[in-house]
Structure formats: structure tokens, C-alpha cells
Design a protein around this ligand. Structure first.
Ligand SMILES: CC(C)(COP(=O)(O)OP(=O)(O)OC[C@H]1O[C@@H](n2cnc3c(N)ncnc32)[C@H](O)[C@@H]1OP(=O)(O)O)[C@@H](O)C(=O)NCCC(=O)NCCS
Length: 210
């Protein structure tokens, strides 16, 4: 099989958004917990694809995009842009009926916001670990080295940009991701027990120095 890790280009946007939806809940589809794939992708991908596409990488197999790494060099900038630009534009689309929002989505938001208000997502010192990332490989293409390839490309890019520390947030729902991150040299910065959609979970923040 011909495999390739390369920088993202705008033509990959739909593939990235689709993979985000298909892997969005612990590596499985977000469909049982969320109504609208477009809203899900706007929340989780649009900052990266639309505001910082130069920090993204994709994995291709036989010419098809099957995985991605959404990177961000400066999490303080991300927080600012997300709050001032992305949230308002998503809210306008929601209020004007451009998303399908039903009971599943409201339950998801309630669970997510509850965790945020209880401060169950920890962030490390951003001066030391300014970059962050999200990574997902479609089912059927995992454990073949694509995740490592994406990570190593991102680490090289961060070094070129003079960034020496990064972090990521995950949870115990992502059973395949935890050993992967540890293999790639991440260490746990914080782990907080919580409940998400009725299930006990541990929210984990990993950090790594380059
Ligand atoms: C987690 C994920 C990105 C890893 O990518 P991958 O392509 O499957 O991983 P790789 O094949 O590149 O594995 C890299 C290393 O991690 C190890 N590894 C990967 N998955 C592992 C697992 N489930 N258990 C133990 N080790 C694992 C591999 O053995 C490999 O080690 P080696 O390079 O020394 O041989 C991918 O499996 C995935 O997308 N999973 C579902 C979605 C998800 O949970 N994303 C993270 C959201 S926070």
C-alpha cells in the first residue's frame, strides 16, 4: 500500500471534517451522541483548517486521505480566536437554523460544558507548552505507522518554528490513543476523573518537550 504523510491543502478540508465525525467519540463515530456533522466539524476542525492550515498534516493511503493531525503553534492565540471569531460565527449559524440541533446535541453540550465549568480539562503552562494538536486515523488504517508519521512530521515542523513544547487533551475513552501518546514520548501532566454522557471517564492532559 502506498502511504504518504504530507502538509494539508484546502482540497483536504472535507476529508478532514468527515474523519473528524467518524472518529469523534473515542475513535468511533460521533453520530450516536450528536445530530449534525457540520456543527461537530465546525467546533473541532474549523479553527485549524480555516485559521491555521499551515500547521496541519494529512496521511494518505493509495491517494485517499485517511487521517490527520490538526496542529496549532500558539494555544493563547487559538483561545482568543476561538472565543472572539469561531464561537460567534457558530452561534449565528445555530440561531439562524443552519444546524440540526436536537436532544442528542443538547445533551452533548450539557456534558461538555459541565466538565468545563467544573474545570476538569487542565491546561499546562502555555509559555512552556504553547503548541497543541488533535490526531485521528480512520478505522481500518490504524496501527500501520501513520500516527507516528504524522506526529514526527509535526514535531519537525514545531522545531523549525522554534517551538519547544506541546500538549494535548484526551480521555480514557480513547483507549488506543493513550499507549500511542506514551510511545511517542508524551507524559501525563494532569488526570481528572469525571463523568461524560453518563460514563465515568478520566480527562488527561499530556505534555512533551522537544
Ligand atoms: C491513536 C492513533 C492516532 C494512533 O495512530 P496509529 O497510526 O494507529 O499508530 P501507529 O501505528 O503509528 O503507532 C505508533 C506507535 O504507537 C504504538 N501504538 C499505537 N496504538 C497502540 C495501541 N492501541 N496499543 C499499544 N501501542 C500502540 C505502536 O505500537 C507504535 O509503536 P512503534 O512505532 O514503536 O512500533 C490512531 O490509532 C487513532 O486515530 N485512533 C482512534 C482515534 C483516537 O483515539 N484519536 C486520539 C484522540 S485524543
Amino acid at each position: 500500500m502506498k502511504k504518504l504523510i504530507r502538509k494539508y491543502s484546502s482540497g483536504d478540508r472535507e476529508a478532514v471534517r468527515r474523519i473528524c465525525w467518524l472518529t469523534g467519540y473515542g475513535g468511533n463515530s460521533a453520530a450516536p451522541f450528536f445530530d449534525d456533522p457540520a456543527l461537530f466539524a465546525d467546533l473541532w476542525c474549523s479553527y485549524y483548517t480555516d485559521r491555521e492550515p499551515q500547521s496541519l498534516f494529512v496521511a494518505e493511503v493509495e491517494g485517499k486521505v485517511v487521517g490527520y493531525l490538526l496542529g496549532c503553534l500558539d494555544t493563547e492565540r487559538y483561545n482568543r480566536i476561538f472565543a472572539r471569531r469561531m464561537i460567534p460565527s457558530i452561534l449565528i449559524k445555530a440561531i439562524t437554523g443552519r444546524y440540526r440541533i436536537r436532544r442528542k446535541t443538547l445533551r452533548y453540550f450539557h456534558a461538555q460544558l459541565g466538565q468545563m465549568f467544573r474545570r476538569e480539562f487542565k491546561t499546562p503552562p502555555l509559555k512552556r507548552y504553547p503548541a497543541h494538536l488533535h490526531i485521528n486515523i480512520a478505522e481500518g488504517y490504524r496501527r500501520g505507522g501513520l500516527g507516528r508519521g504524522l506526529m514526527e512530521s509535526y514535531f519537525a515542523y514545531l522545531r523549525e518554528c522554534g517551538v519547544r513544547g506541546l500538549h494535548l487533551g484526551t480521555s480514557s475513552l480513547h483507549t488506543s490513543a493513550l499507549p500511542f501518546y506514551e510511545k511517542l514520548g508524551f507524559r501525563v501532566y494532569a488526570a481528572v476523573d469525571s463523568v461524560f454522557l453518563g460514563k465515568p471517564v478520566t480527562n488527561i492532559c499530556y505534555v512533551k518537550e522537544l
